[in-house]
Design a binder for this molecule. Sequence first.
Ligand SMILES: Cc1ncc(COP(=O)(O)O)c(C=O)c1O
Length: 398
Amino acid sequence: MELCKNIRTFCDDTETPFYIYSETEIENRVTALKDCFREPAYTLLYAMKANSNPQIIKALAASGFGVDACSVEEIRIAALSGVPPENIYYNSDCLTADEIEMAIRAGVNITVGSLDALCMVTGKHPGIGISLRVNSGVGAGHSAKVITNGELSKFGILLSELEEAKAICKTASVVIEGLHSHTGSGEMEVTNYIENARIMAELAKSFSSLKFINFGGGFGYDYVTHCSYDISAIHVALNELRETYDLDLATRFIIEPGRYVVAGAGMLISRVCSVKHTSSRNFIGLDTGHNHFPRCFYYDAWHDIENMSAGQQKKMVYDIAGNLCQSGDIFARQRTLPETEVGDLICIKDTGAYGFSMSSNFNSRVRPAEYLLKKNGEIKVIRRAENFDDIISTCVLD
Ligand SMILES: Cc1ncc(COP(=O)(O)O)c(C=O)c1O
């Protein structure tokens, strides 16, 4: 997101740290997806786990997106944000009986990813329609931690278990309306996505009642060079699969990107609390940490970092650290920035996806506010910062 003057003044005047998202950037991504997957036989879902702020969900719902919700809490946020139940696809893992009941009551589409869960659902709700999450064996992702198909993945019903899954459904007159498979998250190459899709399209022929195939999300975002992800290669390939496997238009194709929609729209703004020099390193210490933005800590993810306050000072090489009581709380090592002082504003870029949504209260610290930079330049708070009362409110003190 380009820093416009408007944001700069706002950052100077606003308590840090905070997230700010650009409505325009999100809209550009939405338009790109809608223009690409334009045929009516496509359904576009937004994977809420990337960023579940209700204002973002509202905007996406208004643009015609449904959602992929991975918890009953996400179902409730989607419903509160105006997403109709038929546009909510519940793709959870390790379902409990209570969660199943809540999803059924909410009237959303339910995906089941294990034979155990399938027995639970079919036992309690004979005759309903569901979809099956399948582990095709083709997994991919920007880190081993986000690969969701293959031998090491906990997700999905194995190809070798599908006949049993069909039999379980048949016994309870449960209709398999959809197939779902998601390779993983954030790989820039499209080959694995397409191969997984091919396996699903081929498989579809052996299911008689399918209304859709959900090929998952996982569209990559290049945090380093900002090369674009080739959505059009995926679109072409999916259309070819429809032809090759003779799938008529009544079988909808679903995609469910998350990161692709919001990653580039977000910035985490913080202030420098300390600048320290050891014999080999210069450290910048911020007023935020991996409790607010965990991607660098979890995945060694690279994010561009800018000193917004600096002018033409000489450049220095810094390690940029968070404020948590944990030595691994480092956002970046050996980055060249203008000479930095206490009080400078630091922007961690491309933090719109898996930022706030993965944040925590580690070290008993509060989570930050979120703001939306609207198309008309207005900046609106879309989540206030937490305070101590929020943190202590769930504790029993006596
Ligand atoms: C089932 C499913 N769909 C969609 C996504 C979204 O992935 P991404 O944000 O990389 O597009 C995920 C991410 O884990 C997922 O598990």
